[in-house]
Every structure is written in C-alpha cells, then in structure tokens.
Ligand binder design. Structure first.
Ligand code: DUC
Ligand code: ZN
Ligand code: ZN
Ligand code: ZN
Length: 484
C-alpha cells in the first residue's frame, strides 16, 4: 500500500523545501521533486499545505491511577485525541504502585496500551530506592527499551523521592546511558504551605496555586540540576512553568550541562487568573501541578523556546471529569491534579507561536517533534520527514480554522481548559505509520493501530564502578580515587 503526498512544502526542524513524499507501507520511501508515484498509490493533494513530522507528545498520563481515581482518557481515546490534532506518538509515564516492581508495572502499562490508536513509548518512574530498583533499572533500559526515568520531587507521602534517592538513581542512569526526568517542586515546602492555606480557611482551587509558588519549582529545579551534575547524568525537567526554573536550566546549559526544559502548552497560554474564577468547577478544572502562573512567566517560557534554552512543548495530558474534580470540594489537596491538551497542542502552538511570529515553522517542528525525538533517542525514525523514517506525518493547512469546544472534542471529558480559543492552522490529514488516521474531520484510526516504540540507551557517560556498592557509597568511591 502506498501513499503519495503531492505539492506541499516539507518542513523539517532544520529546513523547508517544496517536495513530494512517497510512503510505502509504514515508512517514507522518498522525499523529492522528481518522484514518480506507483499507479496504485493513493494521492493526497497538499497544495498550499505544509508536510511536517507528526507531533510527539513526550508527557502524557493515560488511564493513570492517581489521587484516588483514574485519569479519564485511556490509551485509545488519548491517542485518538492526539491524531485529531496532528500528534502521532505519545510517551506515557509508567508509574509502579507502592511496593510494585518496575517489571510488573511495565506489564500493566503494556496491557493498558494495547488499545492505543497511535504509536507510544514509556518513561519509567523511580518512586523509592533499593537494590531491587537498582537491578530492575537495567532490565528496563536493556530489555524494555526505556531510556528515561521519572522522579517526583513533590507529592509528599506518595510518589516523592528525597535527595538521597535522587542521587542514587541519577548515578544509576548515568551508568546505564539513561536520562533522569524530574517533576521539580519542593514537596516538603508544598505540604507546609498547603497546611497554612487550609488553616486560613482557603480550601478552594486558589489554595492549590498559592501553595505551589514559582520559588518551590525554581528551588527544586536548581537542586536537581546540581545533583545531576554531581552524578554526571543529563537531566530533563518536565513541565517547566516559571522564570525561576527556566533561568536555572539556561544557566546550567551555558555552563555546559546537558539539561532540557519542557514547557506545557497550558503554561504558555493560560495564567493564574483562572483560579480566581467564581466558578469552582472551572477553577478546579485548571488545577494541575505546577499550577498556571502569572503572565510574566509566559514571556520567559516563550523566550526560552525562541532562544533554544527550552526545547520541547508537551501537554502532561491527564484529564479528569467534573465529577472526579469534585472529589476535592472542601479541600483543594484532593482535587485530582491534571488538565488535557493532547488534541489542541499543535493548533494552539501554531496559532500562538507561528501565527504571531514568535516561532518559525522549523522551530515549531523542532519543539513539537524533532527535538523530542532527538532528546528521547528515536530520531530520525520519528521526528523527521525523511526517506527511511516512519511515515508519521501531518499535512498541515495554515488556513484551517477552528474554535475549541469541549462539545466537539475526542477527549472523554465534558470541558476543555482552552474552551473558546480560536486556532488558525491545523491538520488536514494525519498519517500514522503509513495509514490515514485522520482526514477532514473524520477519525479513521482504530484502537490497536498503535505500536510500542523502544528507545535505546545513549552511550553511557561512564561505565566504571557500575555496581550497587559504588552507587550507594559515593564518598568511598571518591576516596578510592585519591591515590597516595
Ligand atoms: N501533575 C499533574 O497536574 N498531573 C499529573 C501528574 C503531575 O505531576
Ligand atoms: Zn509532574
Ligand atoms: Zn477560563
Ligand atoms: Zn506529568
């Protein structure tokens, strides 16, 4: 089966040119101006459109058991929502239950993701430290093809890890050629501030935002960066939402550290004013961690994307219904944290980025796809419109217009935090591994069409001392290195 995309402008992260694209089976066979399509090829007319790599969302939580409930969009509906908006791959967080092994958690996630309609990979969460975790990390990298480990510096009493655990796990990542990820918020300080808010009688969604100020994120980001430096590991800071965190990342990069920052489309476009709403349901819908910030932080995030000190735009898609959000009436600490965005990230970023001149088209491709593929080590299989790459791409109509309305969305919840936003520019056709997954408003992908994508390890930073003893006794290792 072949597809021929004729007459468009191919946009990659590094250049654009007028070219046709021939797809054979699941991959791109050729990109050029002199390709003769086979007689049997389905022709897609891309005149006036851009042909770009499909979006990759490196940060989703589909069917995640979290805060006493389970996120509403599962792998089927989350990936279908993504395809509707031009996203052809998600990377979801595999989070072991307390006491559960990583290996069992991985099997759970593979089971849940069988119904994915688009390709997907996983990150693995490290929520405690032990010899068992040390050993399992090797299997996760070498057998499961997962080269990223997530650490929560917040959610005290649940997922949070302390500095000792961070140090050990980051050092282990460095040995394995894996990269640590951090949710950077100081969970101890957040817990104290939450108590202080409730003691003052502030129990609504605004209390959520007040108890997680930017300083809490800036401190944790700086701490994680320095711990990563001491272990020789690279670092990826998820949902970078504020100036303090961005500046810490930019400083570390200027000093030569491999640190990556990931703003969310939500933090780029929505601000803390949402929590001042008189409408409890609306304010609760916007509860996520980190919370939306004052507008001044948005300028910092856009500047980071423009200058390259921030590399990626994600969603942290973790949707909850109104009824689920209402579990937190009377105590904001119980409002399930999370917002959606998978369906809207690409059109919104195009509109607010390319449409305003803040981003070039190539930069748009970089931050929604190519940079992510490179950072997560699946480039150029993903993230490129190039001969040999997977045929995950989007035929993007810069004139398409859409007003975001929850009543018309694919996501399985009854509201949308971007309700009423108008987008100019959107997918005319989304192609997922060579198949038309979405075209002119019609979703054609089906549950089970997606495949699991393995992501190989990076070359290890250093391979010496890769034993449990060396990791758990860093001072002894340092001492051994001093020769008399
Ligand atoms: N933040 C959220 O808002 N939801 C899921 C997990 C997270 O860290
Ligand atoms: Zn997080
Ligand atoms: Zn609003
Ligand atoms: Zn998350």
């Amino acid at each position: 089966m072949s597809l021929f995309i004729r007459g468009g402008t191919v946009v990659n992260h590094d250049h654009s040119r007028r070219a046709d694209v021939l797809i054979q089976g699941e991959s791109i066979l050729a990109v050029g101006t002199t390709i003769e399509p086979p007689l049997s090829a389905d022709i897609i007319d891309a005149d006036g459109c851009y042909v770009m790599p499909g979006g990759i969302d490196p940060h989703t939580h589909l069917e995640l058991p979290f805060m006493g409930t389970v996120s509403a969009d599962d792998f089927e509906w989350g990936t279908k929502a993504g395809l509707t908006g031009g996203t052809t791959m998600v990377v979801d967080f595999c989070i072991p239950d307390p006491g559960q092994s990583m290996l069992a958690a991985y099997q759970d996630w593979r089971r849940k993701s069988e119904k994915a309609a688009a390709d997907y990979g996983f990150h693995m969460a490290v929520t405690s430290w032990s010899k068992q975790v040390f050993d399992e990390m090797e299997t996760v990298v070498k057998t499961y093809g997962i080269n990223t480990f997530k650490h929560f510096m917040a959610y005290k009493g649940a997922l949070m890890v302390d500095d000792d655990e961070l140090y050990n796990s980051f050092a282990r990542c460095a040995q394995l050629g894996a990269m640590p990820l951090v949710h950077a918020e100081n969970g101890d300080v957040v817990a104290r501030m939450q108590e202080a808010m409730l003691a003052r009688g502030i129990d609504g969604p605004e209390g959520h935002a007040f108890s997680r100020p930017p300083e809490v994120e800036g401190e944790a980001t700086s701490r994680a960066i320095m711990i990563a430096d001491m272990t020789g590991a690279p670092l990826y800071v998820v949902h970078t939402s504020c100036r303090q965190s961005h500046e810490a990342i930019a400083r570390a990069r200027a000093a030569g550290q491999r640190v990556h920052g990931e703003p969310l489309i939500q933090h780029l476009l929505l601000d803390a004013g949402e929590y001042r709403s008189d409408d409890w349901d609306h304010a609760a819908a916007c509860v996520m961690s980190p919370p939306f910030r004052d507008k001044s932080h948005q300028d910092s995030l856009w500047a980071g994307l423009q200058s390259g000190s921030l590399q990626v735009v994600a969603t942290d898609h973790c949707s909850f219904t109104r009824a689920q959000k209402r579990l937190g009436r009377g105590d904001f600490r119980k409002i399930p944290n999370g917002t959606g965005g998978l369906e809207d990230r690409m059109p919104l970023l195009w509109t607010a980025g390319v449409g305003t001149g803040r981003l070039t088209r190539e930069e748009f491709v970089a931050v929604t796809s190519a940079n992510i593929a490179r950072i997560l080590n699946v480039f150029p299989r993903k993230g490129a419109v190039m001969a040999g790459s997977d045929a995950d791409l989007v035929v993007w109509d810069p004139a398409a217009s859409k007003t975001i309305q929850a009543s018309r969305q694919v996501s399985r919840i009854e509201y949308n935090v971007f309700e009423g936003f108008s987008c100019t520019g959107g997918p005319a056709v989304t192609v997922s591994r060579g198949r038309i997954a979405w075209r002119d408003g019609e979703l054609r992908a089906e549950a089970g069409d997606g495949r699991y994508v393995e992501r190989p390890a990076f070359p290890p930073v250093h391979v010496a001392n890769s034993t449990w003893k060396a990791i758990t006794a860093p001072r002894a290792v340092a001492r051994d290195m001093v020769t008399p």
